[in-house]
Design a protein around this ligand. Structure first.
Ligand code: FEO
Length: 161
């Protein structure tokens, strides 16, 4: 049986995944409004993936016989200075999520719950991939700087996700 601490922490992470989805949806809308539909597409896909992450926590909590407790989702920002600032925000956000997952793994150890630890391993791998993807986009945006042509090339590439 899940400990009370783990139930609370897993429900918090379920909420955090919804926040990630909401954040990326806000970013997607911003990019579309600013004339970067490819970035908007990439971010909308990312928003959908985050809902998938939330449902993994939802399913796991229920499968372990505990209660899912849905909470309100914080409002994300709605404006960013530039595509670079926005994707730097993505990378910074994913690094925070990674730390949250690692903290959950520490807690599953402290609570002597190997089933939770094994469940979280999928997220450890996923975070490596998500950080790498965001870091690559940030790197390329830094390389093109203020070049409109460069930004449009990146936008077109992100539309193929
Ligand atoms: Fe749910 Fe982007 O990690």
């Amino acid at each position: 049986m899940l400990s009370e601490k783990l139930v609370a922490a897993l429900n918090d992470q379920l909420n955090a995944e919804y926040y990630s989805s909401y954040l990326y949806l806000a970013m997607s809308a911003h990019c579309e409004a600013e004339g970067f539909p490819g970035m908007g597409h990439w971010l909308r896909k990312q928003s959908e993936e985050e809902l998938g992450h939330a449902m993994k926590f939802y399913r796991f909590i229920l499968d372990r016989g505990a209660r899912v407790e849905l909470k309100s989702v914080e409002a994300p920002p709605n404006r960013w200075q530039s595509p670079l600032a926005l994707f730097e925000n993505v990378l910074e956000h994913e690094r925070k999520v990674t730390q949250r997952i690692w903290n959950l793994i520490d807690l599953s150890g402290a609570e002597k719950d190997p089933a939770t630890r094994v469940f979280l391993h999928w997220f450890v791998d996923e975070q490596v991939e998500e950080e790498a993807q965001a870091a690559l986009i940030v790197q390329r945006l830094r390389l093109v700087g203020d070049s409109i042509n460069g930004l449009f090339i990146i936008d077109r590439e992100l539309s193929t996700r």
